[in-house]
Design a protein around this ligand. Structure first.
Ligand SMILES: CC(C)(COP(=O)(O)OP(=O)(O)OC[C@H]1O[C@@H](n2cnc3c(N)ncnc32)[C@H](O)[C@@H]1OP(=O)(O)O)[C@@H](O)C(=O)NCCC(=O)NCCS
Length: 223
């Protein structure tokens, strides 16, 4: 029987509940517990205990150097801040990816570290999925596309082939991105939109067809 690795999940919100389910179904990792600065040690989520705060991670890592981390935070910018803080303190820490067994991952796909791919998602041939990205429930991204680090597809977002999603950008719930489109970094495509033209960095676009609505700073809330 294959020996399971151990993963420690950072965050205990709704997003981390989905991640717990993926790790249980994947069967590759034992979950050591959850880390959450805003909850008390011993509280539980879906049967797993909060075992510390972010400030306890260095100690936990010294005692368990083989544990991997998963950063279960849905907001792209906040996830990046937490990853950077942790790497600063524990440079050698390793990050697990969580890939639901019902996700379809085609030939030639490359998947980075710290990635979440939810139930029913489809990543088609030769697509590059960068570090710490999220491909949410039933989202799809077609052939020869790329998701730059810390970008995300919300549930049911659909991207055609040869699409590029820039770093920290988010394709919101049920949005559709035409094939061959390039989206800059820190850009949000609003819920239910249909994006037919490439767009730049730091923008909010929505509508059918999607139009530029306004500029956006890095880290502005979108969820
Ligand atoms: C794009 C987005 C970030 C815009 O948020 P916002 O700037 O706070 O916009 P507001 O909610 O203040 O809405 C402002 C106006 O724009 C409209 N609007 C907002 N998003 C829209 C969209 N996607 N399509 C059409 N109209 C939209 C609102 O209806 C509102 O119109 P009103 O002034 O006539 O009432 C947000 O709509 C969105 O899509 N968030 C992501 C949600 C998501 O994917 N969640 C999944 C979590 S897993």
């Amino acid at each position: 029987m294959m020996n399971k690795e151990t993963v420690l999940i950072i965050g205990s919100s709704g997003h981390s509940k989905v991640i717990i389910d993926i790790f249980e179904k994947e069967g590759k990792y034992e979950i050591a517990g959850l880390i959450d600065d805003f909850r008390n040690i011993g509280e539980e989520t879906l049967g797993y205990k909060i075992i510390g705060k972010e400030s306890d991670l260095s100690d936990l890592n010294l005692k368990n150097p083989h544990w991997k981390l998963f950063i279960a935070i849905g907001d792209n910018w906040i996830r990046n801040k937490v990853v950077n803080r942790i790497i600063d303190k524990i440079p050698n820490i390793e990050f697990a990816s969580a890939i639901h067994p019902s996700a379809q991952i085609a030939k030639g796909v490359k998947i980075g570290k710290g990635v979440a791919i939810m139930a029913g998602a489809i990543v088609n041939s030769n697509t590059f999925i960068g570090d710490f990205t999220i491909i949410n429930t039933r989202a799809s991204i077609d052939h020869d596309s790329e998701m730059r680090p810390f970008s995300s597809l919300a549930p049911n977002a659909t991207c055609g082939g040869n699409v590029s999603v820039g770093a920290f950008s988010a394709i919101s719930i049920s949005a559709t991105i035409k094939h061959g489109i390039s989206i800059g970094s820190h850009t949000i495509i609003g819920a239910g939109s249909v994006l037919l033209k490439s767009c730049g960095d730091h923008l909010i676009l929505y509508g059918v067809p999607a139009k530029e609505i306004r500029k956006r700073e890095a880290g502005e809330r979108y969820l």
